[in-house]
Design a protein around this ligand. Sequence first.
Ligand code: PGA
Length: 252
Amino acid sequence: MRKNIVAGNWKMNKTLQEGISLATALNEALATEKPHCDVVICTPFIHLASVAAIVDSAVIGVGAENCADKVAGAYTGEVSAAMVASTGARYVILGHSERRAYYGETPAILAEKVRLALAEGLTPIFCVGEVLEEREAGKQEEVVAAQLSGSLFGLTAEEFGKIIIAYEPVWAIGTGKTATAAQAQEIHAFIRATIAAQYGAEVAAETSILYGGSCKPSNAAELFANLDVDGGLIGGAALQVADFKGIIEAFK
Ligand code: PGA
């Protein structure tokens, strides 16, 4: 069976000390009440080694929010997949809409990042999702299919089996505006069908597809109850232990 997963995306928030406090508090909170899903926290690069050392790896996985599209060398300011893995992190978010929009990450660049992440044994959390104009024009399926095929469908079925997908409608990220449960289910089912057409029904059935975009304790259970919604990628609500724990508790 595919896994249910709640993953936090801290984005560019928290100093190292604040991040350590948050990770420590979350670790304590989940030690007493074991979660009924996989829990991952994706942090800024500089937090990774400290956070990985603090958390119980049996309960909380640690991930980066990005990695380089090059192996090593003269790429000032970049952090490679091997460096991420060397911290103890096991996941990496790739293709987040903020990376695509603000840092010019193209499908080809993302395909390379995915390849390098997999080569280092990292699990990519690969993000797809349409902007508001595309949703209003009814183009969300076309957009998401192109994002999947443009960066992932060069993988073998075995490689693809290691990927987690996060559907994040850009109009719902950080806006307080969430996709309805029906909207989420509809496009998640489409994503699964698209994966099935490429890799077969078995691979598609095993792929975890997370929802992201203003997910919070008050709407998580309704979103996660859908057949094809296997958890969430959480931004703002991952920055407070109570909120993040509230979302994790949607799986009971
Ligand atoms: P949000 O962000 O939960 O703050 O909307 C989600 C994300 O961008 O991963």
